[in-house]
Design a protein around this ligand. Structure first.
Ligand SMILES: [Zn+2]
Length: 272
């Protein structure tokens, strides 16, 4: 316990190796705990303590960002976190889609322990559910699988971080902990990014506790130090997807459920 506390309280001390980084060359898997890259595009410097950016970009701002389309959803964590029946029944995928499924909220309210499955990308388009055996023996929950599922569900098109979205669309980002878990981020109307780690609250902070300017370069490693920690490491950045917002194509119906009852019980002390 003492060791854990010391590590947790220690400030971030980047041990940057000096390799060239960029959208294609940044190797998040080489970053160890305490190592964070500056989130400004192509910046080769490590991030300053408690900042998404290096000292220079913290001072001067980052000149390159993801341009806003005007169709980004607002950052409203209270919408998802205040009512625990909403929080426990919605995952990163539903949040990135900005989709509150009232049927799931009702099911959550009606059951003890919020026994309701999360939305699964691609399920309503014929992609199978995820399961431990299925994941081991196939390419499920790899980038190619999750990107294909997400494109099918959300009518998404791949875009670059600094590229403008097609009209009436906004960006989400897809990452995976290969064959283990998938995760999504979304760009909000304030230009920054937010996400919802499973049944946990919506947040605008990355795994290192700093704001997310660019999900490709933010910290996505949640080391298992306490029983509550997930140990997940979303080391594979898949892509940015522009998805429709506000048009007919955006009114989709998500389906799904991870049939993992034990997992849901861990989400918190849910009361009816
Ligand atoms: Zn920088």
């Amino acid at each position: 316990m003492a060791r854990t506390l010391r590590r947790r309280q220690a400030p971030h001390r980047p041990r940057y190796k000096g390799v060239r980084v960029g959208p294609k060359t940044l190797k998040m898997e080489t970053l160890k705990r305490g190592q964070r890259a500056c989130q400004c595009v192509d910046c080769p410097r490590p991030a300053a303590a408690e900042s998404p950016f290096c000292a220079t970009h913290t001072r001067d701002g980052c000149p390159a960002g993801s341009p806003l389309s005007g169709y980004e959803p607002p950052y409203e964590p209270e919408l998802w976190n205040t009512d625990k029946s909403i929080q426990y029944s919605h995952n990163c995928f539903a949040y990135a889609t900005n989709y509150i499924d009232w049927q799931k909220v009702e099911t959550c309210r009606a059951s003890s322990g919020c026994n309701v499955g999360f939305h699964v990308p691609g399920l309503e388009k014929g992609h199978p559910k995820f399961g431990a055996k299925v994941k081991r023996e196939s390419n499920y929950m790899t980038c190619s699988d999750v990107v294909a599922r997400t494109k099918a569900s959300l009518h998404g098109v791949e875009v670059g971080f600094t590229e403008a979205c097609p009209p009436m669309m906004s960006k989400i980002a897809i990452v995976v902990d290969d064959k283990n878990d998938l995760h999504y981020y979304r760009q909000d109307s304030n230009g920054w990014w937010s996400h919802k780690p499973g049944g946990r609250p919506v947040t605008n902070l990355d795994a290192a506790g700093v704001r997310i300017y660019n999900p490709e370069r933010c910290s996505r490693y949640y080391p298992k130090e306490d029983p509550d920690d997930t140990g997940l490491n979303y080391k594979h950045f898949c892509c940015f997807l522009a998805i429709p917002r506000g048009t007919a194509a955006a009114f989709i119906k998500l389906a799904g459920g991870y049939a993992v009852k034990a997992k849901h019980k861990k989400r918190g002390t849910h009361k009816k």
